[in-house]
Write a protein of this length. Structure first.
Length: 284
């Protein structure tokens, strides 16, 4: 009898857990003044209402709006557990980076992804880091955005803007750039990681065509803003949030317009510390 009672109790507990409501999703909203979380107001703008309703439907839970004074207030509310989702910039994210993580950035229309950027030098060169290339001549892998604009932005984010370097050459492509580096026409090669992979990949398994070169720096541009969550959010909810957002520009354009902001093309999943420079910056 005792075993039967225990078994029945376990079944009832399991059923109760299965029927337990999903915790609401609390979203920080910058309004200029902090206030308690509450259901969406009746006069909510149509695009914002579409966003809230989409999340409520897909997550099967209530979505609450949590007024905060500014981005710093949103960050503190997120870190303290008062909200679950907030859009932050780097200045707001920095002080709470230990308790929070970014999950989504937006790509602007006509812009590129935050491509990883590689800086390489001849293997015999003395340079060991980006800081060692002060005044050095550079060669870029072409005039396209991926080969010039993205690398320059990434370098500038780490304290190495154009004025930090010497002469800058823009080659035809990644192969021409490597040829110029090897010929001594430049002291360092700058290109995105995909081009570096193409340059170094041989025809045979394991063949490395860049054995005579050495990478001294590899980073992505720093994100300007990102949707962030607490680090203790469950993986299931985090992945569901990411999945909803990355398809939003196609599945729910009106909701996307509010969530991503003007000029955005799509949401992109991103690394946890995308709003911070990962590693030393020049001059630090």
């Amino acid at each position: 009898m005792k075993r039967l009672l225990l078994a029945a109790g376990a079944v009832l507990l399991s059923a109760a857990q299965a029927q337990a409501p999903v915790l609401p999703l609390r979203i920080a909203e910058i309004t200029g003044q902090a206030g308690p979380c509450a259901p969406p107001a009746a006069n909510l703008p149509a695009a914002q209402r579409a966003y809230v309703e989409l999340l409520a439907q897909r997550l099967d839970t209530d979505v609450l709006s949590c007024p905060v004074a500014d981005a710093a207030g949103a960050a503190q509310a997120l870190a303290s557990g008062a909200v679950d989702l907030a859009r932050l910039d780097g200045a707001a994210f920095g002080p709470v980076s230990g308790e929070t993580r970014s999950i989504l950035t937006t790509r602007a229309t006509g812009d590129l992804n935050r491509l990883p950027v590689v800086v390489a030098v001849p293997r015999a060169a003395s340079a060991q880091s980006l800081s060692d290339l002060a005044g050095a001549s550079l060669v870029f892998a072409g005039p396209q955005k991926a080969n010039l604009d993205v690398p320059r932005r990434a370098l500038a984010d780490y304290g190495a803007a154009d004025a930090f370097f010497g002469t800058q050459i823009v080659a035809r492509d990644h192969e021409d750039a490597a040829t110029r580096l090897r010929a001594g026409q430049a002291q360092a090669l700058v290109l995105h990681a995909g081009a570096w992979q193409k340059l170094c990949r041989g025809d045979q398994p394991g063949e490395d065509l860049c054995e005579d070169l050495r990478v001294v720096w590899r980073q992505r541009p720093v994100a300007k803003a990102a949707w962030a969550i607490r680090t203790d959010m469950s993986d299931d909810r985090r992945f569901r949030l990411i999945g909803i957002h990355v398809a939003m520009h196609n599945e729910a354009p009106q909701a996307f317009a509010w969530a991503a902001g003007a000029g955005a093309a799509e949401f992109e999943p991103t690394e946890a510390k995308a709003l911070l420079a990962q590693g030393p910056t020049v001059g630090s």
